[in-house]
Design a protein around this ligand. Structure first.
Ligand code: ZN
Length: 234
């Protein structure tokens, strides 16, 4: 299992692999590794929870076995409990499920951890932070959706910043080492504002893959834009 544990004070950059050049995937993975990407974010969509389809276990297994970068599987699917065991075999280091997608969120989190994988929960823009109250302590990471999931190229929703601040405060009160990742609409400007609010993992789509610059330069610019958060625990 590739370890994804890094100091909270370092902002981690997670390229969204659905934006990669799939015609040259092996080259793409090597370039992202050279560029210092910290995590590969792999979206799985089922056509139900969102009206789109994305990666499947076969392709994610390929990615996991052709890269030294840890991989996060983001299950943008209805009833993720049906797929946890299946995705536990692909080699991912962390699995993210949506708090809105299941009536058994605690059972799903427990199953992920039982399988030796880090557990993470995503919340949609319209979902209040209160939905995390009773589950936060079981989580390694929270993924705050800054756009409604399903399609790339959407505009960042500004209220995300308050939400991140509230989650970071909650984690600090619980003295919890929690990664907060932001999904959607990230560029140098928005990444800076979410990091100031307490996020420490930035997913890059267009900001990494559509800049016309090298992967290395795009990742460096995104990282430099972020002000590292201060953590009393390190
Ligand atoms: Zn995602």
């Amino acid at each position: 299992m590739k370890d994804f544990t890094t100091p909270m004070s370092k902002v981690k950059i997670a390229p969204s692999i659905i934006c990669a050049d799939f015609g040259n995937l092996e080259k793409e993975l090597a370039a992202l590794e050279r560029a210092g990407a910290d995590l590969l974010h792999a979206d799985v969509m089922d056509g139900h929870f969102v009206q789109n389809f994305a990666l499947n276990p076969t392709i994610i297994h390929y990615i996991c076995s052709h890269s030294r970068i840890p991989v996060e599987v983001h299950l943008v699917v209805e009833e993720p409990e049906r797929f946890i065991d299946l995705f536990s075999t692909v080699g991912a280091s962390i699995i993210t499920v949506h708090v809105e997608s299941t009536n058994n969120i605690v059972r799903v989190i427990n199953r992920i951890k039982q399988l030796g994988i880090k557990a993470s929960v995503a919340i949609n823009p319209a979902t209040p932070v209160g939905h995390l109250d009773y589950i936060l302590e079981y989580l390694d990471m929270v993924v705050v959706m800054a756009v409604n999931p399903g399609f790339r190229g959407q505009v960042f929703l500004a209220r995300t910043v308050d939400k991140i601040e509230a989650i970071r405060n909650l984690a600090t009160r619980k003295k919890q080492h929690l990664d907060i990742e932001v999904d959607g609409g990230m560029n140098e400007r928005t990444a800076q504002s979410v990091c100031r609010a307490g996020a420490n993992v930035i997913i890059g789509g267009a900001a990494i893959f559509d800049t016309g610059k090298s992967r290395e330069e795009s990742i460096r610019r995104l990282r430099d834009a972020c002000v590292p958060i201060k953590s009393s625990r390190e």
